[in-house]
Design a binder for this molecule. Structure first.
Ligand SMILES: Cc1ncc(COP(=O)(O)O)c(C=O)c1O
Length: 405
């Protein structure tokens, strides 16, 4: 069968593949612990559910404008005022099928084939594949100092005549690193000087720890006019635990939003009205769920870090936010794919190989599950990897025997 070059060049999303794998193993009755997940386990806000149900009950579920319904745009405008201290118009907002679609539409609206978009490494798995999908080139900028915190020079070095845009995701999936205000200020100034688009993927901006406050990119720009090339992307998936609702949005200048709307209009049209109304419910409703989730995640982060710090040979950087931790397991295996497979096979613990995020030798571990998942998962990993661990491990009444070393 002949497939397009683009189709052949794309990899399946490793995180979505892992979710499928976990479901298959669980169906077989395997006691899987999923430390690879990318979604909080709390319930969607009741205001979101009620709004969706009320709409469904009318029996009239119709198309919406390609860029989203006005009531959701208004909720996004209010959100932008609250968290970014910026007043925008409905024409500055597009609502998409998840932040993922907003980012893809933005890249399609900005990049010609062969043009480049730069993002710091480690990076979200979809950035390179999205660039490939439109014939453009994704360029990863690994911080030279070996940390998860890029400096302007790391980006600057990769900028050339083909560079059109930079994507910044902070706090970051997969490292949990929240970049400094100094870096955000530097990158805003630099992109403005070089006339580059700056896409701020802020999907985790409120899931931050240790008393930090979300960073507002607009505090560092000199240009708040319609010429601004800053695009802020956000959504309900992570902070409202509404991953399956598939609603995200972008805020940018009217021209770019119009271009993104044209693209989205021919792709999917506007997202489902039911889910857009659910998003209105979430954004305008009771907000305590976001803070509860944040507190739970901070506690989970602390537990995971304690567990990992007592893991012989593993190097870990404390995440500042999100629900991920990217730990260096290279002492056990230089190939993160092999190590991740090994952990699934031997102890049914799912982790995401760091290679998928541009960090070979690392594993991404999620702490969005329960404390029991975190402690038991890491316990099992220690047992599988540490040659000095006892010969047997009980998972419930199932006995595992180390017959491989
Ligand atoms: C960094 C980052 N950006 C965007 C997204 C997409 O979020 P959504 O569910 O809104 O499409 C994710 C989801 O995992 C993510 O980790």
């Amino acid at each position: 069968m002949s497939l397009s070059q683009i189709a052949r060049s794309l990899k399946a999303s490793p995180t979505l593949k892992l979710n499928e794998k976990a479901a298959i193993l669980r169906e077989k009755g395997d006691p899987v612990i999923h430390l690879g997940g990318g979604e909080p386990k709390s319930r969607a806000p009741i205001d979101a559910i009620m709004a969706a149900v009320n709409n469904m009950n009318t029996g009239e579920v119709r198309y919406t404008p390609a860029d989203g319904i006005l009531s959701l745009k208004k909720a996004v405008i209010r959100y932008t005022e609250e968290f970014y201290n910026r007043r925008v118009a409905p024409e500055n907002v597009i609502v998409s099928g998840g932040a993922k679609q907003s980012i893809l539409c933005a890249l399609m609206a900005i990049l010609n084939p062969q043009e480049e978009v730069i993002y710091p490494a480690p990076y979200w798995v979809s950035y390179p594949e999205m660039a490939k999908m439109i014939g453009a080139i994704g360029v990863a900028a690994l911080p030279e100092d070996g940390t998860f915190y890029p400096r302007l020079q790391d980006i600057e070095q990769r900028v050339g005549s083909y560079t059109k845009a930079v994507i910044i995701n902070s706090p970051n999936n997969p490292s949990g690193a929240m970049y400094s205000e100094e870096f955000i200020s530097d990158i805003v100034g630099y992109c403005e000087k070089k006339d580059l688009y700056l896409i701020m993927d802020d999907i985790y901006h409120r899931l931050i720890f240790d008393g930090r406050k979300p960073i507002n990119v607009f505090n560092y720009t000199k240009d708040l006019s319609e010429k601004s090339k800053i695009i802020v992307v956000n959504g309900i998936s992570k902070m409202y635990a509404m991953t399956g609702f598939r609603i995200g949005w972008a805020v940018g200048n009217k021209k770019i939003i119009e271009a993104m709307t044209n693209i989205q209009g021919h792709q999917t049209s506007g997202p489902s009205v039911v889910l857009q109304l659910a998003a209105v419910g979430a954004l305008n409703g009771i907000q305590s769920g976001v803070e509860n989730l944040r507190v739970t995640l901070e506690n989970n982060r602390n537990v995971m870090i304690d567990q990992l710090r007592s893991f012989e040979g593993v190097k870990v950087t404390k995440p500042d936010g999100t629900f991920y931790c990217l730990a260096d397991f290279s002492v056990y295996d230089k190939s993160s794919n092999k190590l991740s497979e090994y952990l699934i096979d031997k102890v049914q613990v799912l982790t995401v190989p760091g290679a998928e995020f541009g960090m070979e030798g690392y594993l991404r571990l999620s702490y969005c599950g329960t404390i029991k998942d975190i402690t038991e998962g890491i316990e099992r990993m220690k047992w599988a990897l540490d040659p000095n661990s006892p010969n047997e491990l009980y998972i419930g009444d199932r006995k595992l025997v180390r017959d491989w070393v």
